[in-house]
Design a protein around this ligand. Structure first.
Ligand code: NAD
Ligand code: G3P
Length: 338
């Protein structure tokens, strides 16, 4: 070990495993907590997470456990990396077990079902005064473990959180940039999942590069407009967590959200598409919540509207695509002074 710090990552899926392994490789005593005892024991024994990242060796500094108190008792920094629908429950489980002064960071890219609460707000509600932050960026877990050069963003209003996360997570293959607009960074990570579904659907229908470029750019405009209305800084959307992650997930079938869209574009129902992907695709739930919020606030979001019609109102994709093309011709860049 080269560090005095102990770190815990809660959630033994693909992203939790990938970041826990970087942190361990960097010389930190690291715990990866997963709820299933048998799976934890297998990962710990075989030094691999066969369900999510088969074939990638876990570093000796990484201890995989289903014992939450053991994972948290000495941890100075805790990452929570579970789907948004489980985030509050896991935070609540962890809260009484956290060490004094432990910092807590969310890696989850979603919005709490029913409440439109972002993960940083859940951390504030459940953990009170603790120092917290969020991590988001163009980060396929599969490419991280392959040591592909990758950049991410840590956002917090506390400089100490940014410094600690950069300290434990940066490596020659993983750069961690900072931002103080946590809300914008977090919102970018959640919103891009919606547009990855749209892009996957368009790809399944044979869209060319012109169409893809238009879709990605108009998605960015829509995300920024929505975020600005909610009080985030639209400039944040120009960074890695915004345009970076949007481009990544709208152009690759490594994205589960893109694969859901692709399957629907090939004629599958939403249920079939979600079952086929088999892992969390946060964009489906985020779409429901964003549509409702945009309607309430009267924010113009034609792509969200169109996708909602296809996914939840059984409207034909071709009909929705046509209405988008003949709809209102909007300004190209809205933040240029008029
Ligand atoms: N996979 C990526 O490349 C990636 C990258 C960046 C961010 N993210 C985000 O991180 C979050 C997690 O993604 P992932 O890819 O690791 O998901 P995943 O589906 O691979 O894994 C999620 C893990 O959480 C566990 N889990 C679910 N509910 C739980 C509960 N109540 N208690 C304990 N464990 C629970 C599951 O068992 C699973 O191990 C998502 O919001 C995702 O958007 C993913
Ligand atoms: O597989 P997705 O669509 O959840 O995307 C994973 C990450 O968010 C990419 O940054």
């Amino acid at each position: 070990m080269v560090s005095d710090l102990t770190i815990a990552v809660l959630g033994g899926g693909s992203f939790g495993t990938a970041i826990a392994n970087i942190i361990a490789t960097n010389g930190n005593r690291t715990f990866l907590w997963m709820r299933d005892e048998a799976r934890a024991a297998t990962c710990q024994r075989n030094r691999e997470n066969p369900e999510y990242l088969p074939g990638y060796a876990l570093h000796d500094n990484l201890q995989v456990t289903a014992d939450l108190p053991a994972a948290l008792q000495d941890s100075d920094l805790v990452f929570i990396s579970v789907p948004s629908k489980s985030f509050r429950q896991v935070t609540r489980q962890a809260a009484p077990l956290l060490k004094a002064n432990a910092m807590v960071v969310s890696t989850t890219k979603g919005i709490e079902p029913e409440t439109f609460t972002l993960m940083s707000e859940i951390l504030r509600q459940e953990l009170g005064h603790r120092l917290t932050g969020v991590l988001s960026g163009p980060n396929f877990a599969k490419e991280i473990v392959q040591q592909q050069q990758t950049g991410t963003v840590v956002a917090s209003s506390h400089a100490a959180v940014i410094e600690r996360v950069q300290g434990v997570l940066s490596s020659s293959a993983f750069r961690v940039y900072s931002n103080h607009d946590s809300f914008g960074v977090e919102l970018s990570g959640a919103l891009k999942n919606i547009y990855a579904i749209v892009a996957g659907m368009a790809a399944a229908l044979g869209s060319g590069h012109n169409t893809q470029a238009m879709l990605i750019t108009r998605s960015l405009a829509e995300m920024g407009r929505f975020a600005a209305r909610l009080g985030a800084n639209p400039m944040t959307f120009l960074g890695l967590a915004g345009v970076g992650d949007l481009v990544l997930t709208c152009t690759s079938d490594l994205s589960r959200n893109y694969r859901v869209g692709f399957a629907i574009g090939k004629g599958k129902t939403l249920e079939q598409a979600v079952a086929e992907v088999g892992q969390v695709a946060e964009g489906v739930n985020t779409l429901r919540l964003v549509k409702q919020k945009a309607d309430q606030l009267d924010v113009y979001m034609p792509l969200v509207d169109g996708l909602y019609k296809v996914l939840f109102e059984q409207r034909a994709i071709s009909e929705v695509a046509h209405s988008l093309m003949v709809g209102e011709q909007n300004t190209d860049v809205e933040y240029i002074s008029q």
